[in-house]
Design a binder for this molecule. Structure first.
Ligand code: FE2
Length: 309
């Protein structure tokens, strides 16, 4: 009897079962590779228009780039972040905003901040930011770390707004400090806000749009914080979403008070895993919001009083 004749013969059912098992194992390995090694670094440049009421003519067509949730720290590859910053710099943006979570805390994170943020793209007109919960360290409770971080990034041209306003060529940029860290004080921020002039608000946590204190503000609120859920099954809600209002995943939302919310999926991550929630940098082109009044003016000529701009 030959050796071949002595080998046990595999039934058709056993063969199919083995093939399915091997296929599933290969699929799981491929999915694991994709979610851990590919998507966390597969940056998407999202191109959008940002229509702003009363936008000064000099800012029409200028770009505002939103970067969010960079999370410099142990989990995010520095080279990926520097490459992302260089890609943004190559766009020569007019305004750059960072909507919080500069870091994920570890003992030497400020050294890493200096090494990475020295490559941060500066806007031709302004480079502004707000803090996120992670910028306050463990338990979001270390204001001294936040202060040192603000000082460190200032060396690279980034101005962090802590419940305050900066005027950029007639556009008011309102920066709200972080809610989870107990530093969200909109009344302080809006105290000097002029409702008749163009404005955009930066607030790390999208849940803040549902808190009181917005003082009649109408317009855009740019947020981050959710990372788009990081792993989002198709057609289903993201299972891990650190917000009260589970509607706030990523993208654009209409919210009360004639405001619009934009939530960036962010650049970095907490754990290095993403699925169906690619990292994002958002490139907005500023435009004048078309209102009924604007339409009247364009068809009838300028109104004699109360200029719109
Ligand atoms: Fe974050």
């Amino acid at each position: 009897m030959s050796a071949h004749d002595r080998m046990p013969r595999m039934s058709r059912r056993s063969f199919l079962s083995a093939a399915v098992t091997a296929g599933a194992a290969t699929g799981a390995a491929a999915l694991g590779f994709y979610t851990r090694r590919v998507e966390p670094h597969w940056l998407e440049l999202v191109i959008r228009t940002l229509p702003v009421r009363h936008l000064p003519r000099c800012l029409e067509g200028r770009t505002l780039v939103q970067i969010s949730d960079v999370h410099v720290g142990a989990q995010v590859d520095d080279e990926y972040l520097v490459d992302t910053f260089c890609r943004v710099a190559a766009l020569r943006p007019d305004i750059v905003v960072l909507t919080g979570d500069f870091i994920s805390h570890h003992d030497h994170v400020l050294d890493q901040v200096s090494a990475v943020y020295r490559h941060f793209p500066n806007g031709c007109l302004a480079t502004l930011a707000v803090l996120g919960n992670h910028d306050y360290g463990p338990g979001w409770s270390d204001p001294e770390l936040a202060r040192a971080l603000v000082e460190a990034v200032a060396r690279f041209g980034i101005t962090v707004l802590r419940n305050e306003i900066r005027d950029v060529e007639g556009l008011q940029i309102v920066g709200l400090d972080d809610w989870w860290a107990g530093r969200f004080h909109p009344a302080q921020a809006f105290a000097r806000h002029d409702l008749r002039r163009a404005a955009v608000v930066l607030s790390h946590n999208p849940d803040t749009v549902d808190l009181p204190g917005w003082n009649g503000y109408e317009g855009w609120v740019l947020s981050g914080h959710t990372h788009g859920g990081q792993c989002k099954p198709p057609f289903l809600p993201a299972p891990l979403l650190p917000v009260r209002n589970k509607r706030y995943t990523s993208g654009e939302f209409a919210v009360s008070g004639n405001r619009r919310l934009y939530i960036s999926r962010g650049v970095g991550h907490l754990l290095q895993v993403r699925f169906n929630a690619r990292p994002e940098v958002t490139v907005f082109t500023l435009a004048r919001e078309v209102t009924e009044r604007n339409m009247y003016q364009s068809s009838n000529g300028p109104l004699p009083s109360t200029p719109d701009g």
